[in-house]
Write a protein that binds this ligand. Sequence first.
Ligand SMILES: Cc1cc2nc3c(=O)[nH]c(=O)nc-3n(C[C@H](O)[C@H](O)[C@H](O)COP(=O)(O)OP(=O)(O)OC[C@H]3O[C@@H](n4cnc5c(N)ncnc54)[C@H](O)[C@@H]3O)c2cc1C
Length: 458
Amino acid sequence: MKTGQQYLDSLRDGRFSFFDGRRVDDVMAEPIIERSAREIAATYDRYYSPEPGAVNPLMLPSKSVEELRQSTDERNRADLLTSITFQTLQGLKTTSTRMPPALQEYRERIDAFTSLALIDDLRMTECITDAKGNRSQHPAQQQDPDSYVHVADRQQSGIVITGAKLHITGASLCHTLMVMPTKAMKPNEGEYAVACAVDANAPGVHIVNVTPVPRVDDDRHFPVSRRGRIPTCLVVFDNVFVPYERVFLDGQTEYATVFAHTLGLWTRLGSTLGMAEEIDLLVGLAQLIAEANGTARVPHIKEKIAEMIITATLVRAGAEAAVLHAEVLSDGSVIPNELYTNAAKYHGAANYNLMLRHLHDIAGGSVITSPSMADFDNAELHDYLEKYWSTGSEVGGEYRLRLFHAIRDLTADTYGGWQMVTHLHGGGGLFAQQLVSTKHYDMGHARELALRSAGLME
Ligand SMILES: Cc1cc2nc3c(=O)[nH]c(=O)nc-3n(C[C@H](O)[C@H](O)[C@H](O)COP(=O)(O)OP(=O)(O)OC[C@H]3O[C@@H](n4cnc5c(N)ncnc54)[C@H](O)[C@@H]3O)c2cc1C
């Protein structure tokens, strides 16, 4: 296993990573990215064992519903890249069990790779979303063949891939980029049906970091967004060589979606749990600011908070049901329930804007117009701010000011906008969850009930 320091050292591997227009040779020299790297390093240290052959327990599959519940809670408390690595490893293992005997070679490569990744304590991320060009056209119809990652050349010992993956979480801080098709491919699109594991420092890989973390250095003004947020990245593959032992699909179009679908389930469970926590946080902020404003007993405010509570509870209930109704696979491992995972993710994402509307309505305009904490520190302003932000002897000005900054930072500033879009699109947009929910819903039961109620069935 790796210690936190060994992980940090391993990132100095010559990778082509960029941030705000600069090449990042050393992540530790970029304070914003360094914060995220240190958060990941802290998880390494927390689970480190010097025993030979030891592996991180967070990466192991659950063998029962109770184990799944416990490990899911524990992973949720770890950094995001660790969770994504687990999702990728489990997704790959499940994919391997779903491949037919004819693709035995891929199964063996996946098993060998996942075992090695566990022992080497690697961090990896899922590279699914392609640039996609014109959305109404299939990969083979695009003007630019690179709109979807594809095999550009085949050599004796491996393939060469070209294209780009967008919005990739933590690509600049991981060791392995797990590339897979973003959607179903037609029979003539064999070169786009490619899944493979690529080293983050492989020649031809360019990674561009994007983050909503504010460049202003005041944790009180940005109490939420300055915590180690892992960057989301553009990853360009410009003629990248991948040896065959790291190629897990090459040309079998009928299996193009199996990777993304299997991995997507874990991603959506993670997103739903994250959203359940965040919606509880919104409820807490609504309650605190209502109390601080003196409106906590006003009927319309209580009604709005009640509506927020119901949404928070239903999202959490959906995530709980996804774990409690988990499916046991042929190898004894347990995966979350598809219907509950997707329906809960959809419900949280679709109602997130309503949660924000209620919170902003309850809080008032000071969410966006409160003077900064630097103003509060200014000796000539301090007493005015303390006086006019206070709402009585029990609610000090600083207390209320800091609540407003937390609400702004979480919901109404750069990071707030980022989160709104992330809840909609992270793990696939609303349509993706509608599709999967419809596929797994028991329509036969619903039809039978309807026929009976209409007297059309015995
Ligand atoms: C913060 C963040 C982190 C992410 N992390 C990752 C990651 O780690 N790995 C990864 O692979 N992806 C990641 N994603 C990508 C995410 O899964 C995508 O954003 C999502 O799938 C939508 O794709 P898109 O952004 O290209 O939008 P588009 O595909 O352009 O979708 C926009 C809208 O157009 C609709 N649409 C598009 N094409 C069609 C069509 N042919 N027919 C009908 N409707 C269509 C969609 O349903 C949607 O409503 C992340 C996204 C975000 C925001």
